[in-house]
Design a binder for this molecule. Structure first.
Ligand code: SF4
Ligand code: SF4
Length: 444
């Protein structure tokens, strides 16, 4: 696809936004909060840090709700504003249209020069331009690939992989190579097909958009019947002069005058192109603009339809539940599992013991030095194997696994399979409680 370079107010605004976007994208992995990455999506260790909040696989339910919330948000946003996100904030569009295509304009020139270069035989100029483009594309892809990797493994880990001899981190180097090559091929060959063929969000437009959704649209009421401009001749048709500029600048190669199409990424290039032509024709801008079908056909302004209100209500309910869960979740988790295959042990001192594996997980940025576990509501206590002082030391964002006995006097045993509750304390403050089962012989 050889799209002409857009020029205009929307393109300038998108360029400014791209600068901010790139600063954030490349800068975020360097940001730390209390010694931890501000944003980390470590799917390998199933550890996620989002704006300083640490999530582990134990928080999967929260992750699930977040996903549902995200999907509902996307639905609300799309019903109201179509693919606004695609045009302004989707990483694929930002990198394709505002980074790689700009590099292409810089090296190869605008669309006609790109086409000429494509048709050219492999002479000195073509080899030089192609090599320059491939090298620059690869360097940028390498930076993007490594930044993505930093979001997964953390910037500290990435620096270690880069600074150590490559033989020490073969997997890390392979990941860097694969990430870079994927982005290189994506932006060199696959390009806008990600949006038109692969992206499921693009496909969703067909079911989400209605006649009140605001999208990049051609005002056919004002524009039709289109009529070429002829010098000296009086215009009888609509405002569209059939210059095809809107088609030439479209990165997905569609004609927006044919109506809203799934291939349209709402990149706004056609708005700028048409505004340019309207200025030249001394006609009002906005023949192509952000508008709904209801606005174009009936002149109706943007309204919040009952359907949109219902979606917003669902979104708010979910958001409220999500916030409650997020801020009420404990900073420390405890998981108690009875050791499989063992029933109970009777000691000569008249007590009965059960053996447990206990896992402690610290999701906060604080170190805990003196955590302890009590058996709640029963005459029993815990003895850790190999831990004499009974305190648990739990480093920030760390995990500790211990094995311990719950010890109960035989005469305190009430039933053969007794339900117990364990409380994890920091001082006298109960952080977390967990239920388990205690097995013992019952005296007749
Ligand atoms: S139709 Fe317009 S907004 Fe849609 S992709 Fe093409 S140029 Fe961009
Ligand atoms: S740029 Fe505007 S005037 Fe030119 S063909 Fe497209 S809609 Fe018509």
């Amino acid at each position: 696809m050889f799209a002409y370079k857009p020029r205009g107010r929307f393109y300038s605004a998108r360029t400014l936004l791209t600068y901010l976007y790139l600063i954030l994208f490349f800068g975020l992995p360097f940001l730390k909060y209390k010694g931890e990455p501000f944003l980390l999506l470590n799917i390998i260790e199933r550890k996620f840090v989002v704006f300083g909040f640490v999530f582990w696989s134990q928080d999967f339910y929260l992750f699930g709700i977040t996903m549902i919330l995200f999907v509902v948000f996307i639905i609300v946003f799309t019903v109201a504003f179509g693919r606004l996100f695609c045009g302004w904030a989707c990483p694929q569009t930002v990198f394709m249209e505002m980074v790689f295509r700009k590099i292409e304009y810089w090296i190869d020139g605008d669309a006609p020069k790109q086409q000429a270069l494509q048709r050219m035989s492999w002479n000195e100029e073509k080899i030089r331009k192609r090599l320059t483009k491939w090298v620059v594309f690869y360097v940028v892809s390498f930076l993007i690939g490594n930044t993505f990797l930093a979001y997964v493994i953390g910037m500290d880990e990435l620096k270690i992989i880069i600074s150590d001899p490559w033989g020490m981190h073969v997997k890390g180097f392979l990941a860097m190579l694969v990430f870079s090559l994927v982005f290189f091929m994506l932006y060199l060959r696959f390009r806008e097909q990600v949006c038109t063929v692969v992206c499921p969000y693009g496909r969703l437009q067909g079911v989400l958009l209605d006649r009140y959704s605001v999208v990049v649209a051609y005002d056919y009421v004002r524009g039709e019947p289109r009529e070429k401009n002829r010098k000296g001749a009086e215009r009888k048709g609509g405002d569209c002069v059939d210059c095809n500029l809107c088609v030439h600048v479209c990165p997905t190669g569609i004609d927006i005058r044919n109506g809203t199409q799934l291939d349209c990424t709402n990149c706004t290039a056609c708005i700028d192109a048409c505004d340019f032509m309207m200025d030249k024709m001394q006609k009002p801008r906005g023949l192509i603009r952000y508008a709904s079908e209801a606005n174009i056909a009936d002149g109706k302004p943007f309204i919040i339809t009952p359907r949109l209100k219902a979606y917003i209500a669902v979104l708010l309910v979910l958001l409220a539940g999500w916030l409650v869960i997020l801020f009420s979740r404990s900073s420390v988790d405890m998981e108690v599992r009875k050791v499989a295959g063992l029933l109970y042990q009777e000691r000569v001192d008249g007590t009965v013991t059960n053996l447990y594996n206990v896992m402690f997980l610290n999701k906060s940025h604080n170190n805990y030095d003196r955590l302890h576990v009590r058996v709640l509501g029963a005459d029993a206590h815990l003895e850790w194997v190999g831990n004499k002082d009974s305190f648990i030391r739990l480093p920030k964002e760390g995990m500790v696994r211990l094995t311990g006995y719950i010890v109960m006097k035989q005469n305190a045993v009430k039933e053969r399979q007794q339900k117990l509750q364990l409380g994890l304390y920091h001082g006298d403050h109960l952080l977390q409680s967990e239920k388990t089962v205690f097995l013992a012989p019952v005296e007749k």
